[in-house]
Design a protein around this ligand. Structure first.
Ligand code: RB5
Length: 153
């Protein structure tokens, strides 16, 4: 698995902790910013990582802002992206097993590092359940076909 990461200033510190965890597990990843000390707009950094992902260069993304909400809003404007803000273990598990999440968003101002790492580990290690959930994902894909006419994926 190959993971694209990005944060704004509010997610920067938590992103470093997540990067250290991915490195420890030997998971391939790349950080698309922001850099230390910058104050930036989360929109621009979500786009950097998600554009790489929709070009096929990464399997999944982890995006971190203050709450995880802005990053999810931006990521979900892109065809094929299922971005899920997760605040606890149950959400992390469901986001994968039911929603086939391919983009985890976290909040640096609402989650301590140890909880965030636990969420990341569950999100990485939980498989999509398929079955009835696959039918729902296919409905989302059809909806995207209708609403995102211009974007290729
Ligand atoms: C930045 O102050 C904050 O608004 C941003 O990180 C994020 O929480 C937006 O959703």
């Amino acid at each position: 698995m190959n993971i694209a990461l990005a944060s704004d200033h509010a997610g920067f510190e938590l992103k470093n902790g997540v990067i250290a965890y991915l490195a420890e597990r030997g998971i391939t990843h790349k950080d698309f910013g922001c850099s230390p000390g910058e104050r930036v707009d989360y929109v621009d950094y979500a786009e950097k990582a998600i554009n790489e992902m929709i070009q096929g260069n990464f399997d999944r993304a982890i995006l971190i802002c203050g709450t995880g909400l802005g990053m999810a809003i931006v990521a979900n404007k892109h065809k094929g992206i299922r971005a899920t803000p997760c605040y606890d273990e149950y959400m992390a598990e469901m986001s994968r097993s039911h929603n086939n999440s391919n983009c985890l968003t976290l909040g640096g101002r609402v989650l301590p590092l140890d909880e965030a790492i636990h969420i990341v580990s569950i999100w990485l290690d939980t498989d999509f359940d398929k079955g009835r959930h696959q039918r729902r994902i296919e409905k989302i894909l059809k909806l995207e076909e209708r609403n995102f006419k211009s974007q290729r994926i």
